[in-house]
Design a protein around this ligand. Structure first.
Ligand SMILES: Cc1ncc(COP(=O)(O)O)c(C=O)c1O
Length: 429
């Protein structure tokens, strides 16, 4: 990439959540290996983000690469309508192996947001098939489920992009966000707002949708597993399907293979994505029970009405199977435990810093919540100068490194955050 490429990028390419008039600088990365991203100028930086929760085994993993190369020799893509192929069958077998017995029917989709759309459409069709027109969803505040319209409609109505499109989003029900944090003593009052809403609207609710334990882009909060357990109980009681969005948390990030396991519950519809392919290609899945699938399939529509062009893409399926094979070897458990203990020892003490409101750690997630909004442009420049890749948002600086990160690299990420906190220029007062 030369200067003219970067100028072209600036003038013509829209990056996530950015302005075409005054974009925050984008740093040119030409390759990536392990936990290192290589900049255009030859410098390498340590990745603290796993490319937004996805690259759990690091970059350029030889096993994941090989699975793609092998698949390419057979076919890169073939339509999934009326056709099936070994890569999809192998992946779905593996997904059934690693998820609860009750979840037996898999719908492959193209991204996390689409997996949410699919889960919500499944819930609507489920009630249609039962002869009821239910179109309200219940969730909690501070949630985030993606950027497509239905996904936005169940994301937090004030602190997410939802607010920009309020005028045409369907209106759903939002219980108060849980106050009881992971590891604290459970307070029964925490569930009151949710239980009142579900009781009052039990005849209209198509499904409840929750991020399990970790609320990601809505504030990186970790709530009490009892909250989720109560939600499951109430959904059972009122016979309302529970959609669990494991798109960010799935595949070991919180210390359990899936975060709903902290609450020892089983969802009716499970959405997975991001780390499903080890961060290699976009793929997601919405997995449900035979009961829901059969009710939908016995309906007047006779089918589930969704079918993306790249559904079940063989390359994505092949690499996802290899990713799961790596996870099944169980090294991730110790890797995540090690990251958690280093974060606890080295990141938690930042709690004492005068700019810091809270520091929290769960599995391979470390969050520093500041009192002030962060100047992303300035802090990011500083991070790059100091050899690390961290992308804060709002008042949050957080780490979700690849599981393979070594202790020294992780400490460098933490030290750099610590140094950044001392610089007033990085905060907006
Ligand atoms: C919990 C959760 N759900 C859904 C999504 C949307 O996934 P995608 O960006 O792949 O559409 C995200 C993305 O960050 C997420 O964190």
């Amino acid at each position: 990439m030369n200067k003219s490429d970067l100028y072209f990028d600036l003038k013509h390419i829209w990056h996530p959540y950015s302005s075409m008039n005054n974009p925050i600088p984008c740093y040119p990365i030409i390759s990536a290996k392990g936990v290192y991203l290589k900049l255009n100028n030859g410098k390498t930086i340590i990745d603290g983000m796993s490319s937004w929760w996805s690259a759990i085994h690091g970059y350029n993993n030889p096993r994941l690469n090989k699975s793609l190369k092998n698949q390419i020799k057979n076919m890169s893509h073939v339509m999934f309508g009326g056709i099936t192929h070994p890569a999809a069958i192998l992946l779905c077998r593996k997904l059934i192996e690693i998820t609860p017995k009750k979840l037996e029917c898999i719908f492959l989709c193209d991204s996390g947001s689409v997996a949410i759309e699919v889960a919500m459409k499944m819930s609507l069709q489920y009630w249609q098939a039962l002869g009821e027109k239910r179109c309200t969803f219940l969730t909690i505040r501070n949630g985030y489920h993606g950027d497509t319209f239905f996904a936005m409609s169940v994301s937090d109505p004030t602190n997410s992009i939802h607010s920009l499109y309020n005028y045409l989003l369907p209106s759903h029900l939002f219980a108060n966000a849980p106050k009881c944090n992971f590891g604290e003593v459970w307070d029964e009052k925490d569930i009151y707002s949710f239980s009142k809403l579900i009781e009052k609207n039990r005849k209209n609710i198509a499904a409840v949708i929750m991020e399990p334990i970790v609320q990601g882009a809505g504030g990186m909060k970790f709530y009490h597993p009892k909250y989720l357990k109560k939600v499951r109980y109430l959904c059972n009681y009122y016979k309302i399907p529970l959609i669990i969005d494991e798109i960010a948390t799935g595949f070991g990030r919180t210390g359990k293979l899936f975060a709903y396991k902290h609450a020892d519950i089983v969802p009716d519809i499970l959405c997975i994505g991001k780390a499903l392919t080890g961060g290699m290609i976009s793929l997601s899945a919405t997995i449900t029970t035979k009961k829901i699938a059969h009710i939908i399939s016995n309906s007047k529509a006779n089918c589930f009405m969704h079918g993306p062009t790249f559904m079940g893409n063989p390359l994505a399926c092949a690499v996802a199977s290899e990713n799961i094979a790596i996870l099944q070897e169980k090294k991730w458990k110790n890797q995540v435990l090690k990251i958690e203990s280093i974060l606890k020892i080295n990141l938690l003490p930042l709690q004492k810093h005068p700019k810091v409101l809270d520091v929290r750690v769960l599995g391979a997630i470390g969050v520093v919540e500041c009192f002030y909004k962060i100047n992303i442009k300035k802090i990011q420049f500083f991070f790059i100068q100091n050899g690390v890749w961290i992308r804060p948002f709002n008042k949050l600086i957080y780490l979700i490194p690849p599981y393979i990160i070594d202790s020294l690299s992780l400490k460098q990420l933490i030290d750099t955050i610590s140094k950044a906190l001392d610089n007033d220029q990085f905060f907006i007062y």
